[in-house]
Design a protein around this ligand. Sequence first.
Ligand SMILES: Nc1ncnc2c1ncn2[C@@H]1O[C@H](COP(=O)(O)OP(=O)(O)OP(=O)(O)O)[C@@H](O)[C@H]1O
Ligand SMILES: [Mg+2]
Length: 350
Amino acid sequence: MPSLNPHLVVQNIVKSFPKTGPEKVLNSISFEVSQGKILGIIGKSGAGKSTLLRCLNGLEKPDTGKILFQDQDLTDLSSQKLREVRQKIGVVFQSFNLLSTRTVFENVSFPLELLKLSDTERQKKVENILNLVGLSSKLNAYPGQLSGGQRQRVAIARALVVDATLLLCDEFTSALDPHTTLEILRLLQDLNRRLGITIIFVTHDINVVKELAQDVCVLDQGEIVEQGSVESVFTNPNHAITQSLLSELLKNDLPDFLQQQLHLEGKENDDVVLKLIFGSQTSTKPLIANLIQEWKIPINIISGNLDHIGKATFGHLVVSLKHQGESTEKIIKYLTDHQVGVEKAGYIRW
Ligand SMILES: Nc1ncnc2c1ncn2[C@@H]1O[C@H](COP(=O)(O)OP(=O)(O)OP(=O)(O)O)[C@@H](O)[C@H]1O
Ligand SMILES: [Mg+2]
């Protein structure tokens, strides 16, 4: 992701925790994010995502490597200077971390109190940011009186109130339902557009990456195994970890009734259930129509989720067709020859 105007440049970060073992939790991590971009970081549990975010925020110091934030190396600043620079880096977590005995206003105002801003200045800044996150009417509420989504809005306001230019979010939607998650994503997009804030986030939810990020890094065992635009990585995942993270998303999309009825061994008269995965390499030929018309194979479309990322079609269809041993294998070959990913989900008797 090289760019002419990088906001953050990470160069060869290595991080270990010698007290707990010699392994490198982060190993040769390098990437760039330009001003106003949104980067998603994904990977399995323990991959090193949170450790990486903590390094970007200066909370954790890498063993070696550089982190240039607006051209200043966070790994090489005095603690006083680091404190100043960190004001421009807001952080949001899954658990909101609000102070329960302080009102919304007082929570958001907290970082400004540490900066010893005058009452008038604080009032102006807090009201302004609470207005931007849609919480003007909740100034005097306590966190306990707010919904999860509202609490996350307060946390975002607090993270940005000191005019942060970079927002780091770690699993910021994990505690929210899908509808509220979407609202928070819209809010971040809005803040990104209006204020030009650069956003780097970690999530286990591939949908969040698809909705919010422009670029994505896939982390595995402390190393970046794949990175690029969401469009290119999601429609043509090369690394097994990326493929598995994406297929987890698709697996969840099998309808419940189907999951319950599927079995692993196919018998006579069963249908085989196939999950067809479409990506940027997929041929533009009408493949399903060809199977039906030329191969004379009736295909039952069970569910699907086809979407566009940029100009590429991406997603999956779940279909079933009569299981006929070798000819099933031929159909799978025909589809894979045209770059459709095919997973056998199981067998079903209708
Ligand atoms: N302060 C620490 N001391 C020792 N080991 C640590 C520390 N912080 C993280 N680790 C180790 O570093 C590895 C990566 O942890 P990290 O929390 O970064 O993973 P993660 O990708 O965020 O996982 P998850 O998705 O579960 O949040 C783990 O093996 C963890 O035990
Ligand atoms: Mg984590």
